[in-house]
Write a protein that binds this ligand. Structure first.
Ligand SMILES: [Zn+2]
Length: 320
C-alpha cells in the first residue's frame, strides 16, 4: 500500500483516499448507503483512511466528515494500470512544469462529450423533461398571478423552459476539466498508433489508479470509468453525461479524472502533480531508435525522475 503524497494539504490527501475507497468502508468492507456519514482522517499508523460510522474509532483524528452519495460511474480498483500515450514534447512539458493539463470538455474532438443523445431524439428528450418542467412552469405562472393558466400558456412557457434547460446543459460542458487515461493490464499497439503518429518518437506513462489519485494536487476531483453506450435511448434527465461515451470509443477503455469549475473561461486547467507518485514506469514507443531511449532517460534524470524506462514489447523478436 502506498502512502499518499505529503506534498499536498491534508484536505487533498483525505480526498484522494476517499475517492479510492468510494462506495465501501475499508475496515468492515460494507457497502455504504445513500446519505450515510463517512469519516476521513489519519489511522494510528499514520496512513490516511476513510471509515463508516461504526468503524470511525479506527481513525485517530477525524479531519473531515463526508456525506456519501453513490456515483453513477464505477471507480476502478486501486491497482488497475493506467496509461497515457504522448509525444515527447508533451512529456518534457509535464516534467518541466510538474503540472498535468486537464482539457475543458467542449474542447475534445468528440462532439458527443457531455451529450444526452442524438439531435433526432430531441422530442424524446423533451418528453423526459416534461413532467418536472410542467410543475416548475405552473408554479412560475402562479407566482406571476396567473392562477388558472390555459394549455397554450403552459405550452408556450414549457417550450421556453426546455430550450433554456438544454442551453444550460450545453454550456455545462465548459465547466468540466478532464484528464483521460487508458486502463489496460499491458501496453496497446492500437494506442501507440492512435497517439504517436508514424515514424515519430513518443512515450507512454504508466501509472495506477492509486498513484493517479495520490498525485493530484487538488481536492474536489472525481476519478471513474467511462461508460460506453449506444444512445439508442437518450440519457435519463438526472444522468451526468460527462461519464458517457459512444460504444465506437470503447477501445479507449477510458478512466477519467474530472474537476468541475464554474465560470472558468480557460480552454483547460493545469493541475500540480506529484510526478514521482504519478509515474510508475515510462515506455518507449515501438521502433524508436536507441538514441531516443537514451534521451528520455537523460531528460528524466535531469528532472530527478528515477523510474524504470522500458522498451516496447512490440519490438521483441519472435521465435517460430
Ligand atoms: Zn465500517
Amino acid at each position: 500500500m502506498l502512502q499518499p503524497s505529503t506534498l499536498f494539504t491534508e484536505e487533498i490527501r483525505i480526498y484522494q483516499e476517499h475517492i479510492l475507497n468510494y462506495g465501501y468502508c475499508p475496515f468492515c468492507n460494507r457497502n455504504l448507503a445513500q446519505g450515510e456519514n463517512v469519516y476521513a482522517g489519519e489511522r494510528a499508523d499514520g496512513y490516511i483512511s476513510v471509515a463508516c460510522e461504526s468503524c470511525k474509532d479506527m481513525i485517530s483524528t477525524y479531519v473531515k466528515k463526508i456525506v456519501y452519495h453513490p456515483k453513477e460511474y464505477d471507480v476502478p480498483n486501486r491497482n488497475v494500470p493506467l496509461w497515457r500515450y504522448q509525444d515527447f514534447p508533451k512529456f518534457v512539458s509535464l516534467l518541466d512544469c510538474g503540472e498535468l493539463f486537464f482539457t475543458r470538455a467542449d474542447k475534445f474532438e468528440d462532439v458527443f462529450e457531455g451529450a444526452r443523445g442524438f439531435n433526432f431524439q430531441k422530442e424524446a428528450i423533451y418528453d423526459k423533461l416534461k413532467p418536472s418542467l410542467t410543475l416548475k412552469v405552473k408554479s412560475q405562472l402562479r407566482a406571476a398571478g396567473i392562477e388558472n393558466p390555459t394549455d397554450d400558456e403552459v405550452d408556450k412557457k414549457l417550450i421556453e423552459e426546455t430550450e433554456a434547460l438544454l442551453e444550460t446543459q450545453w454550456k455545462k460542458r465548459k465547466e468540466y476539466f478532464v484528464s483521460c487515461w487508458h486502463a489496460n493490464e499491458r501496453e496497446s499497439e492500437a494506442m501507440w498508433k492512435l497517439y504517436i503518429t508514424a515514424k515519430k518518437q513518443g512515450i507512454a506513462i504508466q501509472t495506477t489508479m492509486e498513484r493517479l489519485c495520490y498525485s493530484i494536487g487538488k481536492s474536489g476531483f472525481e476519478v471513474g470509468k467511462v461508460k460506453y453506450i449506444s444512445y439508442d435511448v437518450p440519457l435519463e434527465s438526472d444522468a451526468e453525461p460527462i461519464w458517457y461515451k459512444r460504444t465506437a470509443f470503447s477501445h479507449e477503455n477510458e478512466v477519467r479524472a474530472i474537476f468541475r469549475e464554474v465560470g472558468n473561461c480557460l480552454e483547460g486547467m493545469s493541475v500540480r502533480m506529484d510526478l514521482n507518485m504519478l509515474i510508475e514506469r515510462v515506455y518507449i514507443s515501438p521502433s524508436a531508435p536507441s538514441w531516443f531511449a537514451e534521451l528520455v532517460k537523460r531528460v528524466m534524470n535531469k528532472y530527478g525522475l528515477n523510474k524504470p524506462v522500458e522498451y516496447s514489447r512490440l519490438d521483441e523478436k519472435p521465435i517460430y
